[in-house]
Design a binder for this molecule. Structure first.
Ligand SMILES: Cc1cc2nc3c(=O)[nH]c(=O)nc-3n(C[C@H](O)[C@H](O)[C@H](O)COP(=O)(O)OP(=O)(O)OC[C@H]3O[C@@H](n4cnc5c(N)ncnc54)[C@H](O)[C@@H]3O)c2cc1C
Length: 360
């Protein structure tokens, strides 16, 4: 059996960043993935992922996001377009973004519906809707990010085996053993960053994971509209709680999708329904052009699970990103590398604790 310092299972968003961070710290790293590099079978594909700091999901994310921004800038992959987080007064998206911005003194502006349209002519929010505008928000390409992290890992000496599914792992006092369809490997530590397949590879996890499907849609738009520079990233919590989002156009069409839904399952929205839902906000939205499936791995409190596996300090996990994890990939990679090498993380991961108390 070949021995490594750390085996990383899963080379998607989290695993690629972790393999790169570990290799750059001089670790002997083996990365394993069931698919070819930069595939579209998991959660890290679809051209764009929103990156933002005024986080309505919780102010505790902000120190991690500050560090993630530094790392995205180091990678040169963040396109800042500004971001609009829209809703009625008291909505989670607007109120939560504002609370986090105020708590951390993050630069932001509050805009009413008319001010939004005056600044972003492709967007016409209904009266009564307001927005927090964050100039620092933008997007990254998940494909470019995974590719860049895999290249960094290899450049720093990591060995990566694509198309080699892991079937089992075990840990004891001396280290870990990882079994794949092609062989067995021993290492001092194991990182499981298996996305939706964490459900199979981490059966003993205390935080239950639920896999949901989501469809990303692209719509035709008039030439020269919805472009970066003219149009921001956005998330809109409608009065009924249904929450669509979108990103400026970077290829054919503009992307929009449903994050959470109250009127029907978020899994069931067709392109026609998304278009109909959004035309009051985005009157330039034309016919659906294309669509792509993707998966969310949800936890009950919608916070990820990042930290030491309860069965062994040598096994680290990163899963359950609940549809909002990509922006965190570089900082999660850095934190997992530190946990594997130093035994502690430089970042406070208590919100993501695998043993946290969950809502009843
Ligand atoms: C439609 C959609 C929109 C999103 N929008 C945003 C957004 O705007 N902003 C944001 O921050 N986040 C967003 N997210 C969430 C974000 O994309 C995910 O949280 C992130 O990509 C998860 O990365 P991951 O590494 O956990 O999973 P993945 O990237 O899926 O990686 C898991 C990897 O593990 C491998 N694997 C699994 N099992 C095995 C095995 N047994 N052996 C070997 N390899 C294995 C898989 O092949 C895969 O490569 C969105 C997600 C979706 C689906």
């Amino acid at each position: 059996m070949t021995a490594y310092d750390v085996v990383v299972v899963g080379l998607g968003g989290m695993g690629s960043a972790t393999a790169a961070a570990l290799a750059r710290r001089g670790q002997r790293v083996l990365g394993l993935d069931r698919y070819p590099a930069v595939h579209d079978q998991g959660a890290s594909h679809g051209e764009t992922r929103i990156v933002r700091k005024a986080y309505f999901e919780g102010a505790a994310y902000v120190p991690l996001l500050h560090r993630a921004y530094e790392l995205w800038d180091e990678l040169g992959l963040l396109t800042r377009t500004g971001g609009l987080f829209l809703g009625e007064e008291g909505s989670r998206v607007l109120g939560g973004s504002l609370a986090t911005a105020r708590e951390w003194d993050l630069p932001h502006e509050l805009l009413d519906a008319a001010a939004v349209t005056a600044r972003f002519p492709d967007m016409t929010p209904p009266a009564g809707t307001a927005a927090l505008y964050e100039a620092d928000a933008g997007f990254v390409s998940p494909e470019a990010a995974v590719r860049a992290q895999l290249e960094r890992a290899v450049a720093a000496g990591a060995e990566l085996h694509h198309e080699e599914p892991v079937t089992d792992w075990s840990a004891d006092g001396d280290g870990v053993t990882v079994t794949t369809e092609g062989g067995r490997y021993s290492a001092g530590a194991l990182v499981v960053a298996a996305g939706r397949w964490a459900v199979d590879l981490l059966p003993g996890l205390a935080v239950p994971l639920r896999v949901e499907s989501r469809t990303m849609h692209w719509f035709d738009v008039p030439a020269g509209t919805f472009t970066p520079g003219r149009f921001p990233v956005w998330i809109w919590e409608r009065p009924d709680g249904t929450t669509p989002y979108g990103v400026p156009s970077v290829g054919p069409g503009v992307k929009a999708a449903v994050h959470h839904s109250t009127v029907q399952s978020a899994e069931d929205w067709t392109a026609e329904q998304v278009g109909e839902l959004l035309r009051p906000l985005l009157p330039g939205l034309g016919a659906p052009l294309r669509a792509a499936p993707c998966t969310y791995t949800m936890t009950p409190d919608e916070h990820p699970v990042v930290g030491k596996h309860p069965v062994s300090d040598r096994v680290l996990v990163a899963c359950g990103f609940s549809g909002h994890g990509f922006k965190l990939t570089p900082v999660v990679g850095e934190a997992l590398a530190a946990l594997a090498v130093d035994g502690t993380s430089p970042h406070d991961l208590s919100t993501f604790d695998p043993l946290r108390v969950l809502p009843g």
